[in-house]
Ligand binder design. Structure first.
Ligand code: UDP
Ligand code: MG
Length: 323
């Protein structure tokens, strides 16, 4: 009943999942009917990013229900490695000519996937990404934070990060191969999509509410991701701290000259220790900030030189090989 082994997979859909088994169970039947209507030979790749729920059971059930032209795969990672690593695991596994990625919590509508596939199939582009338009469910604080982040990341003249374009996208094989060729361990995918280049188009969309559960990306997670993004895509902070050091030195020289002039011309004595204390505290604080910034970059280098794999696969399952 299932597809022939040697048939070429046209479309791979990657679903990274962390504790989203219930949501996957809701999404898969919808994806199946969408893929069945397209009639192309397709595969859905579930990446279990160390979930604590029963994603395997959902896989076992859903792998019995696949349409003729669809294969369901499950890649189980040995622990939770994070969404960026889970996506890389999915990309490595995908064999389709077109590869799509979407969240497994129901926030990414299939109608938008359909639209993106139409665009990539009918226009000369290599990648189509969905850009989140209104984000009503996000707090003002989070919106502001994301806006500042994207402003900061508009760094290079050679490639631009499209604000609010996330991992919900469709890519041609050559883009996927280029992404897989990037050796870095700390992966900020949104930056890598821009870095590899190729012709990209963006379609606006409105994210839906999560079907169940809550987002794993809380503020501190996002902050960590922002640090990875900034330190792996920009040396601006390093330039800033050297400029800051320069500025503070000039201020110190000017203040020194002022004190000398004040004493020589007006005969005023030096005002005791408060000035000294403030000066010391100011420069000590500044030095700690600078050390922290340099430390972030050294931390990144430390992570990279270890050359550990991005993720470890525990087991792989394939609906074609299930009985
Ligand atoms: N996810 C993952 N590993 C993680 C965290 C999240 O694979 O460590 C998956 C999750 O199952 C979902 C997608 O990444 O399919 C987006 O996660 P989430 O909904 O928590 O984030 P948000 O929608 O707020 O960006
Ligand atoms: Mg989500």
């Amino acid at each position: 009943m299932n597809i022939e082994i040697d048939e070429v997979i046209q479309l791979s859909i990657i679903l990274p999942a962390y504790n989203d088994a219930k949501n996957v169970d809701v999404i898969l039947p919808k994806l199946y009917s969408f893929l069945e209507s397209r009639a192309d030979c397709s595969e859905v790749i579930l990446v279990d990013d160390g979930s604590k729920d029963n994603l395997y059971d959902v896989f076992a059930k859903q792998s019995q229900l696949t349409p003729k032209n669809v294969t369901l795969n499950l890649v189980q990672l040995s622990r939770n490695f994070g969404k960026e690593a889970a996506l890389s695991a999915g990309l490595e596994e995908a064999s389709g000519q077109l590869v799509a990625m979407m969240d497994s919590d129901g926030q990414h509508p299939i109608s938008v996937l359909d639209e993106m596939l139409n665009v990539i199939e009918h226009s000369p582009v290599d990648m189509v990404a969905a850009v989140q338009e209104t984000r009503a469910y996000e707090s003002i604080f989070l919106k502001l934070y994301k806006n500042i982040f994207y402003r900061f990341m508009q760094d290079s003249q050679r490639y631009q990060l499209e604000p609010h374009a996330g991992d919900f996208r469709v890519m041609k094989r050559k883009v996927v191969d280029a992404l897989l060729n990037l050796p870095e361990r700390q992966r900020f995918m949104k930056g890598l999509y821009s870095w590899v280049g190729f012709k990209a188009l963006y379609v606006p969309f409105q994210a839906e509410q999560r079907i169940e559960g809550k987002s794993s990306f809380n503020f501190s997670h996002l902050f960590e991701l922002a640090l990875i993004a900034i330190t792996s895509f920009s040396v601006k902070p390093l330039r800033w701290i050297s400029r800051m050091g320069f500025l503070v030195s000039i201020m110190a020289i000017l203040y020194g000259l002022f004190i000398i002039a004040d004493t020589i011309f007006f005969g005023r004595d030096l005002e005791g220790w408060p000035t000294l204390a403030v000066g010391i505290m100011f420069s000590a604080g500044l030095q700690l900030i600078c050390l922290g910034v340099i430390g972030e970059y050294i931390g990144r280098i430390y992570d990279e030189v270890k050359q550990r794999p991005l993720y470890i696969v525990d087991k792989k399952w394939d609906s074609k090989k299930q009985d």
